[in-house]
Design a binder for this molecule. Sequence first.
Ligand SMILES: Nc1nc2c(ncn2[C@@H]2O[C@H](COP(=O)(O)OP(=O)(O)OP(=O)(O)O)[C@@H](O)[C@H]2O)c(=O)[nH]1
Ligand SMILES: [Mg+2]
Length: 486
Amino acid sequence: MTVPRLTVAVVGHTNTGKTSLLRTLLRDSSFGEVSDRPATTRDVSGTALLVDGSPVMELYDTPGMEDSIGLLEHLESLRASQREDPVEIVERFLASPEAGANGRFKQEAKALRQLLRSDAGLYVVDARDRPLPKHRDELAVLTMCARPIVPVLNFTAGSSAETGLWRDQLSRLNLHAVAEFDTVVVGEHSEQRLFEKMQTLLDGFRETLDALIADRRLQRDRLIASSAHLIADLLIDVAAVTLTVPADDEERMHRSMERLRDLVRQREQQCVRGLLHLHRFHPDDCEPDVLPLDDGEWGLDLFSPEAMRQFGIRASSAAAAGAMAGLAVDVAVAGISLGAGTATGAALGAALSAGHSHGRRILSRLRGETELRCDQVTLHLLTARQIDLVRALLARGHAAQGRLQLDGAGSGEQAPGRVPFLLPRPLARARARPDWSALPGEGDPAPRGGPTGSQRAREVAVEVLAELIRPRLSEPRTAPAHLARS
Ligand SMILES: Nc1nc2c(ncn2[C@@H]2O[C@H](COP(=O)(O)OP(=O)(O)OP(=O)(O)O)[C@@H](O)[C@H]2O)c(=O)[nH]1
Ligand SMILES: [Mg+2]
């Protein structure tokens, strides 16, 4: 990247979410220390936003300012004349013992020193507070450094944000480019708006900020596409998996049903881990009590009626409960529609050569076997759960401390009048292709190594299905993620 590198100091009163803002911008929940206690950040620490691997924006986290009223008085007392350049006063202060390691204003001095070294400052405000004299004094001190300042109204997702009051106060101080943000519940465009506000004050860095905006959009699109791919891969595996059981062996049938459910549960869990990793979250970011993800696992069993209800999925009571819950037996096969008399060697040979899976199924029928798979409701529920998870992850800032809570409301499945789930074509096809499943069922799993015809057909099915899922992931959740504050 050959755009000019922009250096930004993140400043503000203590506990307003400066470190949190950096975590969210960096997509890194391990940056710095975040806590409800004041004065958490004690020293300046720098990091950078990259585009194509090159740093384009350096960001410096600074300790919160605590005694701006005292500092402003102190700076005024250092003023040699009415006309003195404010930057000179700040520099004189920074060279004085008050700004030193044991000085009264040592924390404030760190923030001012960093602002003087930067091209601009982001002044982070807790918008739930009303603007007070201490804030006015803070801004008076910061503007003495003569750097462009963009106020960032943080904590704006809740209803208690005093956004109007702040905008009014800030415009009186000649600060008109104000960004609204919430480091925990991140709107799709909030970062872009923040960068655009910076652009209005930093003409020399227009290209830098344009590059960042474009890169962030690209990264989001890629994240959505990769998430859709992971979900499609899960659904194809689950739609295709087939266990073959002797039709008259009830005990084996029950064992196979439990085995199939376990395989599918584990496969869903593998997908959840993949999605968390892709979105750079940890399994222990997830809420234990208020439903699904508990330490990174769905709390409600996929095959429980509660899980279906949670997503507003209706199933007949017979399908929702009991030994068969979530599974389907191929009854046509159990009935052996192909009478023994018609199954001449020639017919069987023709059927076998017509296609691997078709022929295998006819053989099973002849042997009096039955096929066990997941039913449509399970596929529907798997789809709804993963869509809800991705939507919640997309809206979650990396500063979020509360665990991720999902209530099923976000997948859109509960919207009244929603059309019933129709099996998309790739899934309908996968039902007849046990060899497409990577799960150890009875089909020969499509080898993942070489480009065989079967593998290629599976890949196409995954791609087509992912394309169907993708637009649904970028829709907002119907209900905002409820984020408990720890
Ligand atoms: N709900 C919500 N909580 C936030 C937001 N931003 C920060 N927090 C919380 O506010 C508290 C303070 O956040 P920090 O990022 O440590 O604040 P800071 O400004 O770096 O604090 P100091 O380093 O002490 O000056 C933490 O408990 C955060 O989880 C936000 O936008 N929304
Ligand atoms: Mg901090």
